[in-house]
Design a protein around this ligand. Structure first.
Ligand SMILES: Nc1ncnc2c1ncn2[C@@H]1O[C@H](COP(=O)(O)OP(=O)(O)O)[C@@H](O)[C@H]1O
Ligand SMILES: [Mg+2]
Length: 259
């Protein structure tokens, strides 16, 4: 396994923007990230997956931890609203308990092809994403979005500024590279296989991007499919024993008791 980059990207729960030309490996990197996250069993992180292209993330749809899998614009808006409601509930809960960082499982909101989505439904999508990017971190809600090299008119600077970790794969121009990581360089990367990463407090650094290890990913998906969510099991109310059951118990105890 050679998935250190994906582990690094997901380690601190930073919102993350992955940008690059078509074919530069955005979806490959997202699948590497899913491989890393699905390797963290039995943690109970949840996923909300947004896949306007309908193909890249489809294989995760049946997993118990995938709470929403959205492909259509209306459904995507709805999924974003679900995330916002979860976020607001968490803030209320944190306030009640005097917490500054939520102590439950992380929600990973993963969006492939954000630019496509913005072209179709920007007025609905942008304010929701902005809210999640601004407030999500303390509520342990992490946004990971992949997009083609982000023209400013598609991805406004205010949104990008609220996404502290940026990954630039190969892009067309130095200007695009600058829009992603604040420096030129991504235009000089090979067509795929390498990225520049900028994270808070770290200099821009080059990393190799491995192709997804499909054997490992499939094994992790298979393990997930056998997996019952501990959180769901724990929160399910215990059935109250019926009168008859209690009578039976009493009889058993009575019979077992020494005479
Ligand atoms: N890290 C990589 N190493 C080798 N080939 C890669 C890598 N990333 C992408 N490719 C090649 O490029 C193709 C397109 O990658 P993909 O992730 O779908 O690009 P994007 O989502 O940016 O359009 C892959 O199917 C693969 O053939
Ligand atoms: Mg893609």
């Amino acid at each position: 396994m050679n998935n250190a980059l994906a582990q690094l990207i997901t380690r601190d729960g930073y919102h993350t923007l992955i940008a690059g030309q078509t074919g530069s490996g955005k979806s490959v990197l997202i699948n590497n990230i899913m491989t890393a996250l699905l390797g963290t069993l039995p943690a109970v992180d949840a996923f909300v997956l947004v896949d306007p292209k309908r193909v890249e993330l489809a294989r995760y749809k049946p997993l118990a931890r995938v709470e929403r899998f959205a492909t259509e614009p209306a459904d995507i808006i709805n999924a974003l609203d679900t995330v916002i409601i979860t976020m607001e509930r968490r803030y209320a809960d944190m306030e009640r308990r005097g917490l500054t960082l939520y102590d439950g499982p992380r929600v990973w909101l993963i969006i492939d092809e954000l630019a496509d989505l913005m072209t179709v439904s920007r007025p609905a999508v942008l304010p929701r994403l902005q809210r999640i990017a601004q407030l999500g971190r303390a509520a342990k809600i992490t946004l990971i979005a992949a997009t083609q090299a982000p023209a400013r008119k598609i991805l406004p600077a205010e949104l990008v500024l609220n996404i502290p970790q940026r990954i630039a794969l190969h892009c067309d121009t130095a200007i695009e590279s600058r829009q992603i990581i604040g420096a030129p360089g991504a235009e000089l990367l090979p067509r795929h296989g390498y990225c520049l990463r900028k994270a808070p407090g770290e200099p821009v650094t080059t990393y190799a991007v491995p192709l997804t290890d499909e054997t490992e990913l499939n094994a992790r998906i298979a393990a997930e499919l056998r997996y019952i969510r501990p959180s769901a099991a724990r929160s399910a109310p215990k059935p109250k024993p019926s009168k008859l059951y209690r009578l039976g118990q009493w009889l058993c105890d009575a019979l077992r008791a020494p005479l």
